[in-house]
Design a protein around this ligand. Sequence first.
Ligand code: ADP
Length: 739
Amino acid sequence: MMKTLVVMTSGGDAPGMNAAVRAVVRRAIHHGLKVFGVWNGYEGLVRGGDSIRPLAWKDVGGIISRGGTFLGTARSERFRTQEGRRLAAGNLLVCGADALVVIGGDGSLMGAHVLSEEWPEHMAALRPQGAGEEGRASRLHVIGLPGSIDNDLHGADMSIGADTALNHIVHAVDDLTSTAASHQRTFVVETMGRHCGYLALMATLAGAASWVLIPEDELELRWHQKMVRAIQRSRDVGRPHQMVIVAEGARHPDGLPIRCEDVKRILADQLKIDIRITVLGHVQRGGSPTAFDRIMATRLGTAAVDLLLKEPDLHHRHMLGLQKNQVIATPLVEVVEKSRAVRAEIENCNAGRAAEMRGSSFVKTLSLIKKLTRISPAQERRPDGSVALLTGGADAPGMNAAVSVAARCLLNQGITVLGVEAGLSGLVRGNLMELDWNELVGWINRPGSEIGTSRYPFEKEDLPRIAETLNRFHIKGLIAVGGWGTYLNIAELAGRRDAFEALDIPMILIPATIDNNLPCTEFAIGADTALNNIIQAVDKIRHTAGATRRAFVVEVMGRECGFLALMSAMASGGEKAYLPESGISLAELNRDVEVLKESFRGGKRMVIYLRNEHATRRYTTDFIRQLLEEESKGEFEVRTAILGHLQRGGIPSAFDRILASRMGDAAASAMVDALETGSREVQALCFQGRGVSLIPLSEAMEAMDHKRGRPRNQWFMGLVETADCLAMHHPVAPCETRS
Ligand code: ADP
C-alpha cells in the first residue's frame, strides 16, 4: 500500500515548479499519504538529513505565484555515481518512501529512472534480510513531471516553465521593437534553447520578427543571402526596423554554431544598417509563472498522485505530460530516449528530421513563419472582388493578430482586403477601409481592435443596407472575428441568403472572446490574456495581506461560463470559485462561512473567493460581502474587488497571438480555396488539442446550449474537483491529524 511520497525539483529551475509541488503535496495529504520534500535536488537526496523534511498542507501555501522552486534545485555529480545513488536510496528508505515524484528536465528524469532500475540492488545491499518490507524492497515508483523552459521533452506538448519563458521573450521583443522603430534599427535577439528552437520559433511568430534561426531548420548553404534579401524586402516596403531571433543552439548547415555576432556582421556588411545585439539570458527563466504554467503544473501534480494510487499493483515509472490538453503517461525511458534522439539528429546535422520529431505543430509553425516572412503585398490585384474582415462584439486581446495575419495572407494572393469599421455597424453604414500592409505587421501585439468593434443589435431593416454595402464594395467573402453575438449575427446573415444574393458568399468565423464560452473550441482568442490579467490582479490583492484577517470576493467576467473564475482560482490559489454552471445555494454559503471562520482561527490571514459575474442573479458579489461581514462577528474583514474591464485590456499574451496567427492563416487559406472553388460555406474555426480546424457553423450552433449561453460540453469542468481539493477546504488535513 502506498503510504509515503517524496517530491523534489531538479536540474534547471522553471517557473511553475512550485505549483507542481503544491499540487503533489496537497493531493497526497488529501488522500492520507505522508509527504516529504527534498531540498536542492539530487544533491539533497544524496545528503539526506535536514535536506529531506516532511511537508504539511500549509507549507505549500502562498507559493503558487512564485518563480523558481522553493525546494531549491542543484546539479549533483554524486548522484551520477552508483555510490551516490546508494546513499540516496538509503535516505529514501529512512523516510519510508514508496514513491518519488521528480520535476525536472531529461537529465533529472534519467536520474529517476536509473535509481528505480537499481532499487532492488540498493535494497539488497542496505537491508539484506528485507525486514518484512517486501513491497518497498522490490520497487520504487517514480513519476516524472516535465520541468524545462526549453520545451524539449518528448511526451509533453508543453513543459512546465516554457509558457512563462516565452512570454518574457515576447515582451522583450515588443520593448525592443519600439526602440528599434524609433531609431530605424535592426536587433539580433538571442533566446535560450541550446538544443531546441521552440522559444525562438514561437517568439518570432508572436513578436512579428523578420527572421528566425533555430537548430531544427534545414538551412541552405547560402541561408544568409536569403535572410539579407528578406530584411531588404521588408525595408523596401516601408518597415525600416527589424528583429532577427536566434536560438542559442542555432547551427550552420555544417554544424558550427551560428552566433549573434555572425548575423550582425552579415547584415551590417551587406545592408549597411545599424544593428544591435541583445542576449536575453536568465531573465527568461525568472519571475512569476503564467496562468498556463500554474494550471498545467497543478493538473500534472494532481494526476501524479492519482496515478500512483489508482493502480497500486503496477510499477509506475512514467512521466506525465499534457498532450492535446489531456494528461498522458509515457514511460520515462521513452521520454529520455526520444528527447535525446532529437538532440542527436541536430548534432548529426539532420535538422529537418529533428523538426519532424518535434511534431506536426512545430513543423506547421515553422512553415507559417516562413510564409509570413516571405510574403509581401502582391503587386497584381485580382479584379474579381474583395474580402471583408470585421471584429464584432466586445474586444478581445489577440483580435488584431488574427486580422493582421489573415489580411496579409490574403493580400499576398492579390486579394483586396477591406477592414469593416466598428463591427457589423460598419457594414450597415458602409464604413470600410482598405488595409495597409505595413500597418498590419505592427498590429500583432496591439490590444483591443484596430479596425474597431461594437456590440451591434442586429435588426431586420439592416439587411438591405448590408447587402448594398457588400455589392458596392464587391465583397466576395467575409471573415468575422468575435464572440457568441458575432456567431449569431453571421448565422442570421447566412440564413437570409435566399432574400439577398449579396449574402451568398463564403463566411468564416474566428472565435475571440475573453469569456471562452464558444462551442467546439477549447480556447478562444483573448481568454489566456484575460486569465493572466486576473491572476496578476489576485496576486497583488494577496500581497495586501496585513495584520488583519481579510476575505476578498473578487468578481470576474465570463458571462454564463465559469472558465475565467475556475481557472483563475486554480492558478492563483484562490480558495473558492463560484461558477454559473453550479450556481450558489444558501446552504453552500452557510458552509463557506463556517470554513472561513475555521481557516482564520487556524492561522490563515487572507482568503480569496473568485465569483463569476453571473454565478447567480441575486447572491451578488456585494450580497456575499454583506453576508460574510455579518457572520464574521468582527473576527475578520471582508472586501470586494470587481476587476471589470482590466481583464480584457493590455497587450495579448504569447499564446493568444500564436492562436490568433494560426487562425488568421487558416481563415485566409480557407477563404482563398472558397473563392477559387466557388464554395459558399459558412464555417467556424476551432482549436482542439493542439490543432486548428474548420467546422460548419451549423455544427457549432448545435454544440451550444442556447438557453444557458454556453457550450454543452465544457472541458474545463473536469477540473472542478482538482481546484476544490487543493483549495482551503481541508483546514485539518488527514495526515496532519495523524501526526
Ligand atoms: P535537467 O534535468 O534540467 O536536464 P541535468 O541534465 O543537469 O538537468 O540533470 C539534473 C541532475 O540529474 C544531474 O545533476 C544529475 O544529478 C542527475 N542526472 C542526470 N543524468 C543522469 C544519469 N544518466 N544518471 C543519474 N543521474 C543523472
